[in-house]
Ligand binder design. Structure first.
Ligand code: ATP
Length: 254
């Protein structure tokens, strides 16, 4: 579905991404993990065409994303990025309605279908009770969930999430992961919480020093050896007794 071929990116003389190649299959939940500064956000920004790579190509359905019209690309890829927009005067429901923009022509009014989709998206992201609040007055976690609702209203086939659980309390972290896991679409998410990555992702891409270090299932990737090599952490790998998913615990030598 989505292919990243030999992508490199540099700013000035600094190499931020180096020859990354991978593909993402339709319907999969793919996690991108790696230490701070390893290039995860930059890779995502190139995928959703916020940044232009120095070399290499990203294709969607075998077509270079450069050739997608802006609205067409927005129907294919929606994003919850790390930055919240400076849209302080908008109410939550107006902001979520912006997710419908890719389906409208200039001066088209919002129709019944738009209102229904916006309401359902707010319900799913657990922000319906905030619909008339001003976005600027919300907490960090509430803003994050509103941005998720906007991305859901966009009804794209790929949802890109950059550290989606950042700012969320523990209940909302799991709620968000459950929600996106159940969507019948493709998810690409940069994640710092390796236990969430282990529990929810079908496949993990591990970044280290601007390059793709390895990829595979959580079981293949999240080994004591990889965690030591990539994150410089002593770790134990076990199973969550309740979910039977991989579970990691960390310790430092003291
Ligand atoms: N506009 C920029 N100018 C200079 N350096 C940049 C720029 N954007 C990113 N970088 C650098 O590129 C590297 C990769 O950044 P990126 O945000 O992609 O990493 P990340 O893996 O998402 O990190 P984190 O886990 O901390 O969010 C970092 O060293 C960062 O300082």
């Amino acid at each position: 579905m989505l292919q990243v071929k030999d992508i490199s990116f540099s700013i000035m003389d600094k190499q931020i991404l180096q020859n990354l190649t991978f593909s993402i299959d339709q319907g999969k939940f793919v996690g991108i993990i790696g230490p701070n500064g390893s290039g995860k956000s930059t890779m995502l920004k190139i995928i959703y065409r916020h940044l232009k790579q120095t070399s290499g190509v990203v294709t969607l359905y075998e077509k270079d994303i450069v050739y997608f019209a802006q609205k067409k690309l927005a129907q294919e890829i929606s994003v919850v990025s790390q930055d919240t927009p400076v849209l302080f005067d908008f109410t939550v429901k107006d902001l979520v309605m912006m997710g419908r923009t890719p389906y409208k022509k200039w001066l088209d009014n919002d129709n019944h279908e738009d209102f229904a989709i916006v309401e359902e998206s707010m319900r799913l992201a657990n922000v319906l009770h905030l619909e008339n609040r001003s976005f600027g007055q919300l907490s960090g976690g509430e803003k994050k969930r509103v941005m998720l609702a906007r991305a859901l209203a966009q009804q794209a086939k790929i949802l890109v999430l950059d550290e989606p659980t950042n700012h969320l309390d523990i209940e909302h972290q799991y709620q968000l992961m459950d929600l996106v896991k159940d969507l019948p679409i493709t998810i690409v998410a940069a994640l710092h919480d390796l236990n969430l990555a282990a529990a929810y992702c079908d496949e993990l891409l591990v970044m280290k020093d601007a390059a793709l270090y390895m990829k595979g299932t959580p079981e293949q990737v999240l080994t004591e050896e990889t965690l030591k090599q990539v994150f410089h952490m002593q770790a134990g790998v076990t199973k969550n007794p309740f979910t039977k998913k991989l579970h990691l615990f960390f310790y430092t030598r003291s």
